[in-house]
Design a protein around this ligand. Structure first.
Ligand SMILES: CCCCC/C=C\C/C=C\CCCCCCCC(=O)SCCNC(=O)CCNC(=O)[C@H](O)C(C)(C)COP(=O)(O)OP(=O)(O)OC[C@H]1O[C@@H](n2cnc3c(N)ncnc32)[C@H](O)[C@@H]1OP(=O)(O)O
Ligand SMILES: CCCCCCCCCCCCCCCCCC(=O)OC[C@@H](O)COP(=O)(O)O
Length: 383
């Protein structure tokens, strides 16, 4: 193991990275709060500012993945469609098997210049996450409790709000599009959830899936219906990792390099049925196809279609280095003052603070771990 790789595994490096992420995150949250008075006066301007602020926070984790761990997503897609990515609004349908799938999605977004504005249909619990969850609130992310009767009004309203999102938000270069991510499986893949969902498939006389849970179709149908005219296509995205890698956020923080492959198919929105039952059947068929791609991937190690590596842009790194320099300087000054003061109490308080930060970060990283996945989709709350 080289010295650099060894350094990447050290707690001190992790503390510095997390300190930068959290303090910049809190400052960004504060700036977001400052945009509140602007909303009633100029909503579109407030949204544009929030997109940029969101980019400044989210892109730090993209920089961590790309520059710290050296991970690069390989894209399998039709070159004709590739030209459209980043230039149109789309609904993204992605499998939910990996702890860093959201991070790979963000890298994809960043490379096509749509990171600041992209949204997701996310479980309500994520809105309470410090820094990230608070940021999402200002970005008008769509949160649901996964209880349809309670969700439907807010869900439809949130989707309607996205219809007049400023067309030309400037993220880090001119961009005219946003992506709306849907994990139709509704929860992360575990063996138990898979077993239960295949029992449901059997009851519904649907073909069994090997690599996916049975998709929940309501959210997809409602999103398609409400975003018609705003969104041009559905991007059917299938993500897997070479060599059976099981990536984790802790691994990324430790500087481990992963090899994600992403297969993207573009499906024009007009080709998706409007009727709920037909749309639902269409989605089930899509997941059967996705399952076949995953099965082929597990045999051959690749997806169909030509490979492309979208060019890496420097903004995420520049932003990350900027925040790090800005925040490390006062930290160093503080530490020097602390040592000079010789006060045992102050030193103990600082050590306690660092320990608290590190426990807090560990807890947040824990939210991405599949072993801590919710009980959604297991017998207890199987509807
Ligand atoms: C690669 C490019 C990436 C681009 C990235 C772009 C943007 C990134 C931006 C941000 C990234 C942030 C990352 C954060 C990720 C967070 C992700 C999440 O939080 S996932 C969890 C929340 N999301 C969802 O739940 C969405 C999917 N669910 C739905 O859409 C649901 O339909 C619903 C809206 C929640 C409603 O669900 P409900 O169950 O009430 O209704 P359904 O009709 O859909 O389903 C009921 C139906 O299902 C049957 N059933 C019962 N049990 C199961 C089971 N275990 N498995 C499958 N099916 C089951 C049940 O019998 C019902 O059938 P029926 O109606 O016939 O009776
Ligand atoms: C420079 C960057 C430094 C990074 C330092 C690390 C800080 C920690 C960052 C935490 C980021 C948290 C983003 C959370 C996104 C988690 C998405 C997710 O996977 O949610 C799960 C749900 O979909 C389904 O939930 P389950 O029903 O499976 O339960």
């Amino acid at each position: 193991m080289g010295l650099v790789q060894w350094l990447k595994g050290q707690l001190l490096c992790h503390l510095v990275i997390c300190y930068g992420f959290f303090v910049s995150g809190l400052l960004i949250n504060l700036l977001q709060i400052c945009t509140l008075p602007l909303w009633p006066i100029n909503k579109q301007l407030a949204r544009r500012i929030n997109c940029k602020l969101g980019y400044s926070l989210t892109s730090q984790s993209v920089a961590l993945l790309e520059w710290w761990s050296g991970t690069e997503v390989t894209l399998y897609t039709d070159p004709e469609n590739y030209r459209l990515y980043g230039k149109e609004n789309a609904i993204v349908v992605l499998n939910h098997n990996f702890e860093i799938d959201f991070l790979c999605g963000w890298t994809f977004c960043d490379r096509f210049g749509v990171l600041g504005a992209s949204k997701c249909l996310a479980k309500k619990e994520l809105s309470y996450l410090p820094v990230i969850g608070w940021m999402w609130y200002f970005l008008e992310m769509v949160f649901i409790k996964r209880k349809w009767e309670e969700d439907k009004r807010n869900f439809v309203q949130s989707l309607q709000n996205l219809r007049d999102y400023p067309e030309n938000f400037w993220v880090s270069h001119q961009s005219t599009s946003q992506l709306f991510l849907l994990h139709c499986e509704g929860t992360r893949f575990t063996e138990e959830k898979h077993r239960v969902s295949m029992e449901v498939a059997e009851k519904k006389s649907l073909p069994k899936l090997k690599h996916h849970l049975l998709p929940r179709t309501k959210g997809f149908w409602v999103a398609v219906q409400n975003l018609r005219g705003t969104v041009a296509a559905v991007y059917c995205c299938t993500l897997n990792f070479r060599n059976n890698e099981t990536p984790t956020l802790l691994g990324v923080l430790n500087g481990e390099k992963y090899h994600p492959d992403l297969y993207v198919r573009r499906i024009p929105l007009e080709s998706i049925p409007e009727d709920e039952a037909e749309c639902s059947a269409w989605l089930h068929k899509l997941y059967q196809e996705k399952d076949k791609f995953q099965e082929d991937y597990s045999q051959t190690g690749c997806f169909p279609g030509p490979k492309v590596t979208p060019p890496c842009r420097p903004w995420a790194l520049i932003n990350w280095l900027g925040w790090t320099c800005l925040l490390l300087y006062p930290l160093c000054l503080l530490l020097v003052q602390l040592v000079n003061s010789g006060s045992i109490l102050s030193i103990l308080a600082t050590v306690a603070f660092c320990a608290a930060v590190s426990v807090g970060v560990r807890w947040m990283i824990g939210q991405t771990e599949i072993k801590r996945s919710s009980s959604y989709g297991v017998p207890l709350n199987n509807k």
